[in-house]
Design a binder for this molecule. Structure first.
Ligand code: NAD
Ligand code: DAU
Length: 357
């Protein structure tokens, strides 16, 4: 048995592959374009494992995807591939439209062609699982109920709008063609191998480098944090038992303001890697200009996946964030290697434009 996973050299996809190969015998075909966010070093421990077949390519390359499907005959496709960083979508939305919308469309077309020609039993068993985000639901005010699967779509950034479009295409392919799809909408992930352009790894990496810790606006925006391995276990569960055409929200019941996250990271570093001069990493916090259109609050109501599929997160925020900081402390080479020329160019562009508080 084989599954095809797209975007599995990125943060969540690579964690998913590592967990999958540790837990099953099933082969994984990993199709990833290797953008700045894709990093094969994350998968170094499974290089040479015959159950991991890596193919560099674009989900929008219909001929390539059709060839891979015909050659490997997967029982499922999991689509992680996306442009995923909100700030980058504000600076240059083009890639987000190409990969998240056009790429998903082309992937759906290739999968529809493959699935339509499968023998009846394989056709009935086949699944396409589309990995999406809570950002499609827009922003909550303080006191609003958390997002359920019925919440209307109100995406506010080019990133979330492009993910919303991809979700709608996936839904339409089920409704129109009967394609056996599942969609998951998850909250903010954190954990090992997280690219240091996102809040938590950026704060860890900057703190250790003695650089400013840039907090956007007043730092009181709220995100709902989930340890990446818990997201992976939820996806495995949805793939195994989700109802066709259904949407499952995934979250950690862990709403926290950004500034509290930054304080927690600083406190852990103060404990685990105290500064030579005895000062706290908190002294590096620097309030900077806010993100344009910044969503104020996300919160996921994960009761459907818990009630219908029996999934719950394993980690609390306290255990997950400690593991994460420990991982970054133990893996400085991984961090150095992802901070390539392209990464440095991005940091310069983004933080020059947010300079004043
Ligand atoms: P990431 O940016 O770390 O990784 C994305 C991967 O996709 C990279 O390996 C990249 O090379 C690959 N990719 C990009 N364009 C491609 C293309 N056209 N064809 C093939 N591969 C391509 O992203 P992530 O944080 O791992 O997110 C994975 C998925 O989960 C995304 O769909 C994202 O929208 C969704 N998601 C992320 C979070 C989060 O907190 N990170 C939360 C909810 C949902
Ligand atoms: O909610 C799920 C989403 O979470 C995913 O769909 C996205 O792919 C993922 O990138 C993430 O989006 P966010 O925009 O919430 O994540 P980010 O880490 O970029 O920012 C988290 C919060 O921290 C947000 O309110 C902005 C703030 N922030 C971020 C950075 C990079 C700062 O204050 N300073 C920073 O330097």
């Amino acid at each position: 048995m084989t599954i095809l996973i797209t975007g599995a050299a990125g943060f969540i996809g690579a964690n998913f592959v590592l967990d999958w190969l540790a837990q099953t015998q099933e082969t994984v075909v990993n199709l990833d374009k290797l953008t700045y966010a894709g990093n094969l070093e994350t998968l170094a421990s499974v290089q040479g494992d015959a159950r991991h077949i890596f193919v560099q390519g674009d989900i929008g390359d219909s001929a390539l995807v059709a060839r891979l499907l015909a050659q490997h005959r997967p029982r499922a496709v999991i689509n992680f591939a996306a442009e995923s960083h909100v700030d980058r979508s504000i600076h240059s939305p083009d890639d987000f439209i190409q990969t998240n919308i056009v790429g998903t469309f082309r992937l759906l077309e290739a999968v529809r062609g493959y699935w339509g020609n499968l023998p009846a039993d394989d056709k009935a068993a086949f699944r396409l699982l589309h990995v999406s985000t809570d950002e499609v639901y827009g922003s909550l005010a303080a006191g609003d109920a958390a997002f359920t699967e019925q919440h209307r779509y109100e995406p506010n950034s080019p990133y979330s709008a492009s993910k919303a479009a991809s979700d709608h295409l996936v839904r339409a392919y089920h409704h129109t063609y009967g394609l056996p799809v599942l969609t998951t909408n998850c909250s903010n992930n954190y954990g090992p191998y997280h690219f240091p352009e996102k809040l938590i790894p950026l704060m860890i990496v900057n703190a250790l480098a003695g650089k400013p810790l840039p907090v956007y606006g007043d730092g009181m925006q709220i995100r709902d944090w989930l340890y990446v391995k818990d997201h992976c276990s939820a996806i495995r569960r949805v793939l195994e038992a989700g109802q066709l055409g259904e949407v499952y929200n995934i979250g950690g019941w862990n709403e926290k303001p950004n500034i509290e996250i930054v304080h927690t990271v600083c406190a852990l570093l103060d404990e685990l890697r105290p500064k030579a001069d005895g000062s706290s990493y908190r002294t590096q916090i620097s309030y900077v200009k806010d993100r344009p259109g910044h969503d104020r609050r996300y919160a996921i109501d994960a009761s459907k996946i818990e009630r219908e599929l029996g999934w719950k997160p394993f980690e609390t925020f306290e255990t997950g964030i400690r593991k994460t900081v420990q991982w970054y402390l133990a893996n400085p080479e991984w961090v150095v290697n992802v901070q390539s020329g392209a990464y440095r160019d991005w940091v310069q562009t983004q933080y020059a434009s947010t300079a004043e508080a």
